[in-house]
Design a protein around this ligand. Structure first.
Ligand SMILES: NC(=O)c1ccc[n+]([C@@H]2O[C@H](COP(=O)([O-])OP(=O)(O)OC[C@H]3O[C@@H](n4cnc5c(N)ncnc54)[C@H](O)[C@@H]3O)[C@@H](O)[C@H]2O)c1
Length: 335
């Protein structure tokens, strides 16, 4: 098959491209390198450095593709509260361009990469696919809005679709010099710089982390399999629900570093408890957690150590709303 992957120079998109190529499929990939790196893109990918908002390019490069996997996004959950225009432009608006081009090109299937942030703050845990979503931050609202457009337009135009809902993913190639997202990578990078991890709030907010390989084999089935069409599927573990304090402690232990984190005020609108039920993924795509959190973090630490620590890149995203509620970690650049 010919698979079109947006965000192919990023963490998830590049791993999926590698897997598709290893299975003998051909991959056309686009990325504007806003967050990804060309180093992540396999030579066998037919790569175009373009913005997904450029609808003419999307129409052109998507020609004759069978499946679209749309991962391109500036996936900054917390930062979207302070840069709503930029983040939603690269979450909702860019998706509309890719959706429109997919319909124009009559692709067979469209797989949209959403996010567990769609669920927002809920009274019931873990989050399941049928519950009413309550997205809080602009990023999550944009993700959920895009899902709804896909659910309306794809069936209308005879295109199969899936919506995948990953949790917090960790693993090699994840960007670790972005000060605004990827908590594990930020902590590892800081420790390599001889600095303590920074924790927002009391650190008792809880999350589940998925190792990248455990996400990729699920995506492979969703992209290629016939019997899961039209499904919204959470991807990731529903075990090892850990606090951010526990995450920081584990990383510190694995890096042989004294655990003395620096606590800073809460991040506005951050969801306290977020974990997804994996029953549907177990049933439909044979999900099982093959890599524990410790094992996944160990691989990620090795990868980052191999590349070396990096200065945090604050200029990656322009902060649009800079006032007393903007985290000082970002405005004062204290990473
Ligand atoms: N990593 C996670 O923990 C996680 C969790 C849930 C959902 N997701 C979703 O998975 C997808 C991939 O995330 P990731 O972690 O690999 O992020 P990433 O930043 O590593 O990859 C995203 C890629 O999209 C590119 N991009 C951004 N805006 C673009 C645009 N307008 N045009 C073209 N390219 C653009 C970036 O340059 C980057 O290479 C996103 O849709 C994200 O919302 C990720």
């Amino acid at each position: 098959m010919k698979i079109f992957i947006t965000g192919v120079a990023g963490f998830l998109g590049s791993h999926l491209a590698d897997r598709m190529i290893s299975l003998g499929h051909s991959v056309v990939g686009v990325d504007n390198l806003a967050g990804g790196s060309i180093d992540n893109v396999d030579d066998k990918v037919e790569f175009y450095n373009v913005d997904c908002n450029d609808i003419d390019s999307m129409r052109e490069h998507m020609k004759n593709c069978d499946v679209v996997f749309h991962a391109a996004c500036t996936a900054h959950d917390g930062l979207s509260v302070f840069s709503p225009w930029y983040i939603t432009n690269n979450t909702f608006q860019n998706t509309m361009s890719v959706v429109s081009a997919a319909i124009h090109n009559k692709v067979k299937r469209f797989v949209y990469c959403s996010s567990m942030s769609r669920y927002g703050e809920q009274e019931v845990l873990p989050f399941h696919e049928e519950m009413t979503c309550n997205p809080r931050v602009p990023y999550a609202i944009a993700k959920f809005a895009a899902e709804q457009v896909i659910q309306q337009l794809m069936p209308l135009n005879g295109i199969e679709y899936n919506i995948v809902v990953p949790h917090n993913i960790i693993g090699p190639r994840q960007k670790y010099d972005d000060p605004y997202r990827n908590v594990a990578g930020i902590m590892i990078n800081r420790i390599l710089q001889g600095k303590q991890p920074i924790i927002y709030g009391d650190g008792n907010q809880k999350r589940c982390f998925s190792f990248i390989d455990d996400v990729i084999y699920c995506l492979e089935r969703i992209v290629l399999q016939e019997d899961v069409v039209g499904e919204i599927i959470n991807i990731g573990p529903d075990e090892e629900f850990v606090t951010i304090n526990e995450l920081a402690k584990t990383i510190s232990e694995l890096m042989d570093w004294p655990f003395e984190p620096i606590y800073v005020p809460d991040r506005p609108l951050e969801v306290k408890y977020a974990t997804c039920l994996a029953d549907k993924a177990r049933k439909l795509v044979g999900y099982e957690t093959k890599t524990t959190l410790r094992a996944g973090l160990t691989k990620m630490i090795e990868d980052i150590k191999g590349k070396g620590s990096r200065e945090f890149d604050y200029d990656l995203v322009n902060i649009e709303i800079n006032n007393e509620s903007t985290p000082s970690t970002w405005t004062e650049r204290i990473f």
